[in-house]
Design a binder for this molecule. Sequence first.
Ligand code: DX5
Ligand code: ZN
Length: 228
Amino acid sequence: MIAPSILSADFARLADEAAAVAGEPGRGADWLHVDVMDAHFVPNLTLGLPVVESLLKTTAIPVDCHLMIDDPDRWAIGYAEAGSYNVTVHVEAARDPVALARNLHAAGAKAGLSVKPGTPLEPYLEILRHYDTLLVMSVEPGFGGQEFIPQVLDKVRTARRLVDTGHLTLLVEIDGGINEDTIEAAAEAGVDCFVAGSAVYGAADPRRAVQALRERVLRASAHRDWSG
Ligand code: DX5
Ligand code: ZN
């Protein structure tokens, strides 16, 4: 799955920018990734619930909200109630991530848990049993256009193994520095869903960029090490 991040899109034309990556299943964007930043959990400030509510009215692409905010226990539910398909919170910010996942599900959304590059997975394996998505950050959250940190692929391999052996049931998503040069390594490590901001919206033709990334993933899955 490819999830273009609108962080690199034109915020004054979000409906058009969403339409620019829409397409038939298997061709256009599978999810539309929306980065919510509060200038506290991360140094940057982007957009919040009113913008997400408006965006949801303009696109049929499932919206994937990535909340880089303090106190997600309080704020995440609104994004689920608004109709987001998946709402991801940061484990470093959540106070009661199990209750949070339950509340997101009750509001009709999938629940995602994200880990910053330096955050290990091991302490959170029990908590992850309550989640549908694990978002592995491959840059420090806050800004688009940063360089991919390949060391996080160890966490992807661990998560992949736990999913493939039935210990976890979730999608493994990666976010940060994904482009045509880095996506194959991520695919080989076992990522299911690839977020790409600058690689899609920095391209002259965003839909074509989504297709190019997808082709790389298909090529890499031929090399995937299924032995774990
Ligand atoms: C960064 C955001 C990403 C960002 C990725 O904190 O979470 O979603 O849009 O941008 P690129 O793909 O340009 O690294
Ligand atoms: Zn993101």
